[in-house]
Design a binder for this molecule. Sequence first.
Ligand code: C5P
Length: 287
Amino acid sequence: MNPKKTITLTAPAKINLFLEVLGKRPDGYHELETVMQAVDLVDTLTLEVTDQGIELTCTEPDIPCDENNLAWKAVRVFQKETGIKGGARIHLVKRIPIAAGLGGGSSDAAAVLKGLNTLWNTQLSGTRLMDMAAQLGSDVPFFIKGGTALCKGRGEIVTPLEVRRRFSYVILYPDIKISTASVYKNLKIDLTIKRKDVNFILDVLSSDNVNALNISLFNRLEEAALELYPELRRYKSLLESYLSDGVLLSGSGSAIYGHCENQREAKNVKEQLDKLGIEKAFVVSNL
Ligand code: C5P
């Protein structure tokens, strides 16, 4: 029997339901406590193993299709760690906005690692894949697991969480590309302020107390990003004009999401945003 040579994978976006920065680390990264939620806005990757070389094509003209792309780097890391000399051809159908705090590039990279593990039949453990993922970026390990998770360290220490309820969100992408590093750089770490306690949202997610979700959403990076990109405030206020609370920047931005009571409300808000000519708005649920 011929081994399987092609696989199609979906790579979900994430939103950060909670993100607290605990401090700056000696390696320049920040120590985090964040709750990541995978949602059903996805990129699709077709992955084919070849004899040699890496080829990458993408539907989105704005992203590099070379060694600067995280999906490409994922093949390199996989080759290096396993000693496999074979190559890969990747076609990426991009739906997740880029440089938006939605983890699209990280998710694509995680999908490549998982896909190669299947196609090359390397049977690497989850731990090995997580180690490779951490070499690629702080958010990549989360996407090896997906679902909902509490992520610590620089993001790579991932503890899955069980969420039994379906939550609906609308995501607004303001067509602004943000560099994560610039937002962290603009963050003023005030050691005198009281850190937000992650346990509150953890309790909400494991209970049926949906109403408390809105008041437990938090993102320490939001103010730093809004300061750098003041036009984001207008988009946040716009979403708040429909939802009043439960509206937050995802990660380092620029995407802003709002928690909706149900899918119908999320669809209504999206329709309003579409009418205003907002570039991209998405109705999503937790995966
Ligand atoms: O790990 P990743 O390459 O995704 O991180 C991008 C940038 O975000 C880092 O270079 C760093 O400036 C910042 N970062 C950070 N602390 C983290 C994660 C990211 O300072 N925990």
